[in-house]
Design a protein around this ligand. Structure first.
Ligand code: ZN
Ligand code: ZN
Length: 382
C-alpha cells in the first residue's frame, strides 16, 4: 500500500474505506494503514501523534476553550482470512482481509475528522483515536502505555462496532456490561512416547487430556452465577503412527464470562485442575493465556447520550437484555475513562463478522459519523 489515498476536493469516506479494504494489514503489522490515516488527518490540517503503542494514531482537536474532553475511537487491523468476493476493491493482500469491518469504523471516524476540520468544536477537546491490534486484544492496552495519552483527563469515550444480524442502521445499546470478558488458553501436556506394543514403558497423556477436556466442558455448570461459556477449539494427541503410543497432547479452548472476576476464578480453577491431573499422571504441563479481553462496561450516562442522539437522528434504538458474547478491547479505555461502546446494525441478512464473504456496508459510514457528530454537537457546541 505505497500509494497514498488523495481526496478530491471533498473527502470521500466510501472511497477511503475501499482503499483500506484493498490493502488490509494484520494486527501489529498495520504500519501502512497507520501512515495513511496520519497523512489523511494532515491533509485536513491536523497534526496527529503517531506511534502510540505501536501503530496507534491520535488526533486532538482543541477548541481553545474550557469544556469536556471526548475521545472517539476506531480500530483498523484486519484478519488472517482469505476474502471470497468479486468486489472491485477486494483485498490485494493474499490471505488477509477486513472481515470485521474495521475499515468501515476507521472511515467513519475519518469522516468525523473531516467534518470537524470544517467546523471545529466550540468547547473542550475532541480526541480522535485510531487503534491498531484490536483482534488480538493488545492494541488498546499498548496505546495506554503512552504517557501522554494515559494522562489525558477524558470525560467521555465513544466507540462503535458494526453488527450483522440486526437491522441496518439500528443502534444497539446496553448500559453496564456490553460485551463479555474472554481468553484463549493453550494447554500442553508432555509425557513420554513408547512402542505401541509396550505402552507401559511410556507416559501417555490420553487420560489426562480427556479429563481436562471434561473439566473445561463442565465449567459453565459450576459457574452458573454468571454467564459463562467454554468452547474447546482444538485438541491433538501424539502422532499419526500406529507403532507409537503418544507422549504429548495439546488442547486449545476459549473461556468467556460477562464478569471479569468470574473469568479470573475460572482461569485459576483451570490452572489448578491441569496441574493436579498432570501430576497424577506423571506428566509435565503448561498453561498459556492468549488473546485475553476484559468485559466492556458502559457508563449509564454516556450510554444514555448515545440513545438520545440516535433517537434525535431518527434511528431505531435496540436495548440488549444480555451482553454480547464476543469481546472488544475498547474495554481498556472504558476501564480507565467513562464511556460507551455501541453497535450499529449491518443488516439482518448481512454476512457475519470474520466470514470470507463479509464486507462492511458503506451506508453505515454515514450513520455512524452522523451519530458521532451529533454526540459531539451535544457535548461541545453549547
Ligand atoms: Zn473481529
Ligand atoms: Zn471487530
Amino acid at each position: 500500500m505505497n500509494k497514498v489515498f488523495t481526496p478530491r476536493t471533498e473527502f470521500d469516506a466510501i472511497q477511503f474505506r475501499h482503499h483500506l479494504h484493498q490493502y488490509p494489514e494484520l494486527s501489529l503489522c498495520e504500519r501502512n494503514t497507520a501512515s495513511l490515516i496520519s497523512k489523511q488527518l494532515q491533509a485536513f490540517g491536523f497534526h496527529p501523534r503517531v506511534g502510540l503503542g505501536g501503530n496507534g494514531v491520535v488526533c486532538t482537536i482543541d477548541s481553545g476553550h474550557p469544556g469536556e474532553i471526548t475521545l472517539l475511537r476506531a480500530d483498523f487491523d484486519a484478519l488472517p482470512i482469505t476474502e471470497k468476493s468479486e468486489l472491485s476493491y477486494c483485498s490485494q493482500h493474499h490471505g488477509i482481509m477486513h472481515a470485521c469491518g474495521h475499515d468501515g469504523h476507521t472511515a467513519s471516524l475519518m469522516e468525523v475528522a473531516y467534518k470537524l476540520s470544517l467546523c471545529p468544536p466550540e468547547s473542550g477537546k475532541v480526541i480522535l483515536l485510531f487503534q491498531p491490534a484490536e483482534e488480538t486484544g493488545t492494541g488498546a492496552a499498548s496505546m495506554l502505555l503512552d504517557r501522554w495519552l494515559a494522562a489525558q483527563p477524558v470525560d467521555n469515550v465513544f466507540a462503535y462496532h458494526n453488527l450483522p444480524g440486526y437491522p441496518r442502521h439500528a443502534v444497539i445499546v446496553k448500559p453496564e456490561t456490553f460485551a463479555c470478558a474472554s481468553t484463549g488458553v493453550t494447554i500442553e501436556l508432555e509425557g513420554k512416547t513408547s512402542h505401541a506394543a509396550r505402552p507401559e514403558n511410556g507416559i501417555n497423556p490420553t487420560t489426562a487430556m480427556l479429563d481436562i477436556i471434561r473439566h473445561l466442558q463442565g465449567m459453565p455448570k459450576r459457574y452458573a452465577t454468571a454467564f459463562t461459556l467454554v468452547t474447546v477449539v482444538h485438541a491433538s494427541l501424539g502422532e499419526e503412527a500406529f507403532g507409537t503410543a503418544p507422549g504429548a497432547a495439546k488442547i486449545l479452548a476459549t473461556l468467556r464470562s460477562d464478569k471479569s472476576s468470574v473469568l479470573n476464578t475460572m482461569k485459576q480453577d483451570l490452572c489448578d485442575a491441569v496441574s493436579s491431573i498432570s501430576v497424577d499422571e506423571g506428566l509435565t504441563s503448561s498453561v498459556r493465556w492468549q488473546e485475553s479481553f476484559n468485559t466492556v462496561v458502559n457508563a449509564p450516562k454516556q450510554c444514555e447520550i448515545v440513545s438520545q442522539q440516535a433517537q434525535q437522528l431518527g434511528l431505531s434504538v435496540v436495548e440488549l437484555d444480555e451482553p454480547m458474547r464476543w469481546s472488544e478491547d475498547v474495554a481498556e479505555f472504558l476501564n480507565k475513562w467513562p464511556g460507551a461502546l455501541f453497535c450499529i446494525g449491518s443488516g439482518d441478512e448481512h454476512p457475519q463478522l470474520h466470514n470470507p464473504d463479509y464486507d462492511f456496508p458503506d451506508t453505515v459510514i454515514e450513520t455512524a459519523s452522523a451519530l458521532f457528530l451529533s454526540i459531539i454537537n451535544h457535548l461541545h457546541f453549547e
